[in-house]
Structure formats: C-alpha cells, structure tokens
Design a protein around this ligand. Structure first.
Ligand SMILES: [Zn+2]
Ligand SMILES: [Zn+2]
Length: 243
C-alpha cells in the first residue's frame, strides 16, 4: 500500500476508535500528531513578553516601565517582587487550563511546565531562588479535584530546572472563587487564607510561587506576605497564564 494512503487509513481508524480533538475548538487532530491543539489554535497562543510591567508582568499596550498598580514607587511596596507568566490568557490557553483543572487532563501540566521553564530561563531574578512553592488549595477542594494544579506545575517545572518543590504553605480557609470579583474584593477575599505548616522555617530563603493563572496578583501577594513575615529573603512568582 502507498505509505500516504496507509497513514491516512491508520489515522482514520485511530480516530474512529480513539478520537482526538483540539482542546480548544474541538476540531479533529490526526492521531499521529501529539499536539494538544489544532494548528490554528496553536498559532493563537501568545507568549507573555515584550511590553510588560517590570514588576508584575502585566502586558502594557502602550509600553512604559510599570503598570498603573506598580508605577510611582508602588512597585517596591509589594511583598512579591517579581511576577512573570508564560502565556497570555486567551481562548486556546484558557481551554487548556480548563481541561487540565476541571477535566483532569493532568498531562497538560507538562506542556505548561515546558513553557514556564523557558520563562524561567529568560529571567535571571529566578536563578537565586531556593525553592518552588505551589500556591496551595484548600484540602476540601483538593479532595474534590484530586490534585492541586499548582503543585503539578511546580513538580514538572522542578524536573526541568532542578529547583526543589517546597509545599510548606497551606490554605487555612476555603475562599470564594476570585473569578467574578474585582481587584479590591479579591484582595479582601484572599486575606489570611494562608499559613505556614507548623514548625516550617523559611528564614533567609528565596521562593518562586507557582500558580496556573495570575489575574490581579492578589493571591500571590497574600502568599508572599506570609512568607516575608516569617523571614523569607525574597518572593518571586511564575504562572502559566496571565489574565
Ligand atoms: Zn483548535
Ligand atoms: Zn505591574
């Protein structure tokens, strides 16, 4: 049989019995293609780089050094001194995170970790860090979901950059979803939601907080506040997506 016809027939067979579709638009993907997204959706993924805020990594349409929330000396008042994200939050990146978190396609963590490793390597402030620290979720949510997405991202990233995962930060109360909340409400909602495990010592250590999505940075800031108040030297953050 002609090889091309053979491949087509094989893909058709595989597709009939083991259909594979794009995680974003649902278009068929040939079984021989290991990508998570179809070509069109892959092309829409956008790296979060170029014109971004020097502290929080927010994309800045009109350029400048800092975003509104970090400019005018405000950058130095944050406990989390540096945030970068790998991809801009858009339709295909959101679909991937959604399938990862809510449909339990945990292998997607490897895809994001590879991108986060690239972001890590491009930003020297990260090189001083002693530990990766996943943003914790509440134990009740952990039981429902079966895993903490931030922990899986940290674990996969750690395999690539060799920085140890440290999960001594815990969630002390279950908070409302931040999705529908504004900036001030998010800050209030997440306040005092974290603590260190009993006996944990973070003195003099530098951490990279790891999470799936950064929106206003309120969650990262609250984690950083706990770490800094307990003597951490530096707290940076790296997320898969930036909203
Ligand atoms: Zn697609
Ligand atoms: Zn900023």
């Amino acid at each position: 049989m002609n090889r091309k016809i053979f491949i087509k027939a094989r893909d058709l067979f595989l597709h009939l019995f083991f259909p594979r579709t794009c995680f974003c638009c649902g278009r068929d993907i040939p079984k021989s293609n290991p990508a998570l997204l179809c070509r069109e959706c892959l092309l829409k993924l956008e790296r979060c780089e170029g014109l971004i805020c020097r502290r929080c990594g927010l994309p800045l349409k009109n350029g400048g050094a800092y975003c509104f929330n970090c400019r005018g000396g405000k950058a130095s008042k944050y406990k989390c001194s540096f945030i970068r994200s790998s991809l801009v939050f858009n339709e295909p990146s959101r679909s991937l995170i959604h399938s990862f978190k809510y449909e339990k396609y945990t292998d997607i963590s490897k895809f994001f970790a590879a991108l986060m490793y690239k972001t890590y390597k491009e930003n020297p402030p990260y090189f001083e860090a002693d530990f990766l620290m996943p943003v914790p979720i509440h134990t009740r949510r952990l039981r429902e979901r079966g895993f903490n997405q931030a922990f899986l991202l940290a674990k996969e990233l750690s395999k690539l950059n060799g920085v140890e995962v440290n999960d001594i930060l815990i969630r002390t109360r279950k908070t409302k979803s931040q999705t529908s909340l504004g900036r001030a409400e998010r800050k209030e909602n997440i306040k005092d939601a974290f603590a260190l495990k009993a006996g944990a010592d973070v003195k003099g250590k530098a951490f990279i907080l790891i999470d799936d999505v950064c929106t206003t940075g309120a969650t990262l800031e609250e984690c950083a506040r706990i770490l800094k108040e307990n003597g951490a030297r530096e707290v940076l953050a790296l997320t898969a997506l930036r909203e």
